[in-house]
Structures are given as structure tokens and as C-alpha cells.
Write a protein that binds this ligand. Structure first.
Ligand SMILES: [Zn+2]
Ligand SMILES: [Zn+2]
Length: 291
């Protein structure tokens, strides 16, 4: 089962109830982390996300609240005699910031990245795009591969059977005098899409990149009436993030990077829902399951 889990959703400092930014995505058996704030490994244990199998970590930017958890996690993996590779993607130019803290064990590949497709596997791709924050920061688009599906009835009708199925997926098949193309007997199911965009001001590119996403996890640090503060600190308000979700036509907007200043956090979710109904402010540990 594929599963998206909010491991930490607080901004800048942890609270009693919220850890620092990190989201895990288990997709087709591969475990990915987006950001790795302080205490992420403990959040993983607490919320039953198997930390030993994490394969990829994507760091959005080099503010401490987004990457401090890397060191502890790597050390624990080393103590557990990890051998399988762990690819850690960090914005280009910051390699020494990581290496000055920890001697990286052999299994860690530190991969500096810039905008563009930064990872392609047989099941999915991850693309980085620039955000607008006080330092260089990137958002990520996770996209599962599209899947070709057959319409059994149509396939029967056209006489497609056996290995013709795999043939018709890539090229047309001739049966008698008839040429059958994939479109005649099947359709393409869009792959799962998730966008992770924090820390940032609202940007047009985030709307473009988030088009029709299943989930948009977006910086929602401030409530609207403090938007000067949001601009000053280069974060988004809940209303701004909800508007991005609406314009991008996403299925669900997840409020994220919540300022610890708010006691009544339900107020943030309420504000978001006024603009975009399918908004949710999850507790840490909330999981979203999907096929
Ligand atoms: Zn932050
Ligand atoms: Zn930041």
C-alpha cells in the first residue's frame, strides 16, 4: 500500500505536538523523505515508518529546521550496519556544510541538485523547481509513472489476446486486415502526483508545477492578517497557499510548516477551506493511503 505520512509539520521550532519538517512517501515499496528536520528519526519510529528502509532524502533548503535530522538518522543507520545506498539530495553548493558536520559513511551518496528532473527510477520521477525564500530553496514534484490499462471488453472485441497485449502497448497490431492501436483497446491512467513546496512565498511556478496534483503540501506559516510578516519572512499565508491549490486544481491541499505561535490551529484550516474546500491541517503522524 502506498502511503504519505506527515512526520513533522511545525515551522522553525518544534512544539509539544509537532516536530520539524519532514514528510515520508512510501511508493511501490520505495521510501522517500522530503526534508529531514531535527528529530525525524524518532518521528519515524513513533509513526511506524520504517526508518531503516529509507532510500532517498530530498532537502528543500539549508535552513537548520529542514536538515538537522539528517545527521542523527545517518548515524543510526550506520550503527545498524546499513549497506544499501542512501541518496541524499541537497541544493548545489552546500556539500561542505554537510561534510563539515559528519564523515559520511560509504552507503551515503550526497547528490547536489539544481532545477529540473533530479531522479528517475522505473516507477517514478522527482523534479526540483525553484521557490522564493530567503535562501535558495526548491520545491519537489513526485510523479508516479502513468500506467496503461486495458478495456477487457474492447480487447476481446478486437481479438487481442496473449502476447498481443504487450505488443499493442508499444506499437499497433494487425489482425486480419485491421490495424489496432493502443487507444482502441485501452487508456492511460495518470500516475500519482505529489508536490512539496516549502519554505516559500506564493509563486506562479508552483501553480504550474502543481497542476492536477493528488496532493499539494504547501508552506502555510501564517494566517492571512499577518501577510506583511509572511512577505518579510518569505513564507506564505494560508489564504495564499489555498489559492494556489485552487488555481492548480489539486485534489487535496495539506497545510504545512505551521507557525508555533498559533494556539487555535483549527482557525487556519477553517480559513483554508473558505477558499479551497479540500484543505486539511493534519496532526503529525497523519497518513494518506492511496492505490
Ligand atoms: Zn522552515
Ligand atoms: Zn526556511
Amino acid at each position: 500500500m502506498n502511503r504519505l505520512t506527515i512526520l513533522g509539520s511545525s515551522a522553525s521550532m518544534p512544539t509539544k505536538n509537532r516536530g520539524l519538517p519532514s514528510v515520508s512517501l512510501l511508493y511501490n515499496g520505495t521510501l522517500l523523505l522530503f526534508d529531514c528536520g531535527e528529530g525525524t528519526q524518532r518521528q519515524m519510529m513513533k509513526f511506524k515508518v520504517h526508518f531503516g528502509s529509507v532510500r532517498y532524502i530530498f532537502i528543500s533548503h539549508m535552513h537548520l529546521d529542514h536538515y538537522l535530522g539528517l545527521f542523527g538518522l545517518i548515524q543510526t543507520l550506520e550503527l545498524n550496519s546499513r549497506t544499501i545506498p542512501l541518496d541524499v539530495f541537497i541544493p548545489k553548493g552546500y556539500e561542505n556544510k554537510i561534510k563539515s558536520v559528519i564523515k559520511l559513511p560509504k552507503f551515503v551518496n550526497l547528490i547536489p541538485y539544481e532545477s529540473g528532473e533530479i531522479l528517475t527510477t522505473k516507477d517514478f520521477t522527482v523534479t526540483a523547481f525553484p521557490l522564493e525564500h530567503s535562501i535558495e530553496t526548491y520545491g519537489f514534484v513526485f510523479k508516479g509513472n502513468d500506467k496503461k490499462k486495458f478495456d477487457k471488453k474492447k480487447a476481446d472485441m478486437f481479438g487481442i489476446k496473449g502476447k498481443m497485449f504487450s505488443e499493442v502497448e508499444t506499437k499497433s497490431v494487425k489482425i486480419g486486415r485491421r490495424v489496432i492501436k493502443f487507444e482502441d483497446v485501452g487508456w492511460v491512467e495518470e500516475g500519482f502526483k505529489m508536490v512539496y513546496a516549502t519554505d516559500t512565498l506564493p509563486t506562479k511556478q508552483t501553480i504550474t508545477m502543481s497542476k492536477d496534483a493528488d496532493y499539494l503540501i504547501h508552506d502555510s506559516t501564517f494566517i492571512e492578517d499577518e501577510s506583511d510578516l509572511a512577505k518579510d519572512k518569505k513564507h506564505s499565508t494560508v489564504a495564499e497557499a489555498a489559492m494556489i491549490a485552487k488555481k492548480a486544481n489539486v485534489k487535496k491541499y495539506i497545510l504545512y510548516h505551521i507557525s508555533p505561535r498559533y494556539k487555535n490551529i483549527k482557525m487556519l484550516e477553517k480559513r483554508a477551506k473558505e477558499i479551497f474546500e479540500n484543505s486539511i491541517l493534519p496532526d503529525d503522524g497523519t497518513s494518506f493511503r492511496f492505490a
